[in-house]
Design a protein around this ligand. Sequence first.
Ligand code: HEM
Length: 285
Amino acid sequence: MSLPQSHPPVGHIHGKGKVCPVAGEIHGFCPPQPGDSRAPCPALNAMANHGYISRDGKKLTAQAIVRGLKACYGLSSPLAYFLAYVGFLFIGKFGRSLDLYEIGVHRRFGVEHDASLVHHDTRKGHKYAPIEIDSKLVETLIRDVHPSRKEIDASSDPEEKFLLNYEDVARARVRREAECRPIDAVHAEIARGEMAIILGVWETKSNNKTGIPVDHFRRWISEERLPDGWKPDHVQGLRDVRARSTNIRNAVKLLRQQALISAAGDAKSRASSYSHSSGSAGGEA
Ligand code: HEM
């Protein structure tokens, strides 16, 4: 049986190279094909989907990832070396090569952690984190973006123009740790760092908010695809990422303090309305 000419291609082989026989141009997008390996990391998967590392996601060295991070996202050498080599060390693959799925190894000193933004926790008895993206988690994550009043007024197509900033990320982190469970300090730092990098790579300013375009972010986190025609416009450095990560941490702290204060306020008003009603009930008796 032959397929009509207009039929989209059904599964092809990517192999070790960076060129895809279907995507055409060198960094054109092509999703993983049967047999390709992928990680629970949108950044690395997008690099494979656009041919910045082997499209099959297999037998990758830390050096190949360094090259990919610099070319794809414009990371500085110190930041790219830090992420790739420290990452391989944590994963237990220092000096060796790996397939992308191995990056999701779930262990105490691994990079992978619970309470991810769009992935479920690693299931009991499983060695690797799931790579499936839960579309409901994506939608909830996008709802964590609270646009300013001015942004809403200025936009006819909200999602196109809204920006996601470190406060929105903090809201999502607090929510996910409440939904799953709190994660330890090292993994909390990793989780903040993951988002701090992309906040730096795509940062842009509107009249009243600084952040990254929600449409870029949604496509990247859910389809593991880069914005059409986008190329890095600056070198993203390690020090800047640390500052952004600190902003997220402070915003998380503030949200938790506010939640405590409002819970204490609720408890106080419940107690006072209880004593009121039991007092008046007593008066009537
Ligand atoms: C441009 C550089 C990078 C960025 C922007 C980035 C960003 C992200 C983001 C946002 C997530 C969270 C996905 C979620 O919460 O559902 C993630 C997950 C992950 N990334 Fe990356 N990443 C980068 C590079 C790397 C590198 C170099 C490694 C390892 C060598 C790595 C390993 C991981 C792992 C293991 C996870 C899973 C963590 C989890 O359990 O949620 N990433 N990354």
